[in-house]
Design a protein around this ligand. Structure first.
Ligand SMILES: [Zn+2]
Ligand SMILES: [Zn+2]
Length: 256
């Protein structure tokens, strides 16, 4: 979909895959992403890029969502969904150093689920450097988390006015990729175009109930275009029941 001279690309910047910490192998993940109506997703396993690189290689030259290599830089006090990497980023030297390492590779850094449990590591140096933050994430169903994400965004915007509002599913299993997503206003329909739009803050985060967050200009363009949000992004009673059944099964396995 195009509007205002931009491509509007449905992107999920925070998806986990197998091997690693997600349930789905790369080709099934891409099928699920296509089913959810995504144009692109970033594979962000915890502190590794190998599965993302494999996913990108397998996706090359076949139709379907754009696959971007990333890493969830995972440390005590912060998680960062980094997009546009080739090599693993060291997570041991603080958030600002990690973001500089992401930028050195040409990538963008997004503060992941910045609720109070994950923001101790965010000092002003890191906030001034970060390219985006998760304004929408499935954990926003808890009102205190939604309030924390908004407060984090206000703090970051004071230091970095173009910080991008991002919506991500943090998919491991259950729900679906794109459960929360981002409308990216990109000048070109490519991984590079998506990263450039994040740097420019031209994004709109889509919340778990379809609510929109972003800067006034990006919101205006998206509202004009009114892109559709597939129903599959919503958790159905069956998907909740199946997640609950897995949890109960694991519990029984542990107890018995
Ligand atoms: Zn995380
Ligand atoms: Zn994650």
């Amino acid at each position: 979909m195009r509007a205002g001279g931009y491509w509007i690309l449905a992107t999920d910047f925070h998806v986990h895959g197998f091997p690693g910490d997600g349930a789905l192998v790369p080709w099934l993940l891409r099928d699920e992403a296509a089913r959810a109506g995504l144009d692109a997703f970033v594979l962000t396993n915890h502190n590794r890029v190998s599965t993302g690189r494999m996913a990108r290689r397998l996706a090359a030259d076949t139709p379907g969502p754009i696959v971007i290599v990333g890493q969830e830089i995972t440390a005590r006090g912060f998680h960062i969904a980094a997009a546009g990497l080739e090599e693993r980023v060291d997570w041991r030297h603080g958030a600002a150093a990690a973001i500089r390492a992401v930028h050195a590779q040409g990538g963008v850094a997004i503060a992941a689920h910045p609720s109070r449990d994950y923001r101790m590591g965010w000092d002003d140096a890191a906030l001034a450097l970060v390219d985006g933050y998760e304004r929408a994430h499935p954990s926003m169903r808890a009102p205190e988390n939604a309030a924390d994400f908004a407060a984090f965004g206000a703090r970051a915007a004071a230091l970095h006015p173009h910080v991008a509002a991002i919506g991500s599913s943090d998919f491991h299993n259950g729900l679906s990729p794109g459960a929360c997503r981002t409308w990216v206003l990109a000048r070109e329909r490519s991984a590079a175009g998506i990263l450039e739009a994040v740097r420019a803050g031209m994004t709109v985060a889509v919340g778990i109930d379809g609510d929109l967050y972003g800067n006034a200009e990006a919101l205006r363009i998206v509202r004009l275009a009114h892109p559709p949000i597939p129903e599959s992004r919503r958790a159905t009673a069956w998907s909740r029941a199946s997640v609950a059944a897995v949890a109960i099964g694991l519990l029984l396995l542990a107890v018995l």
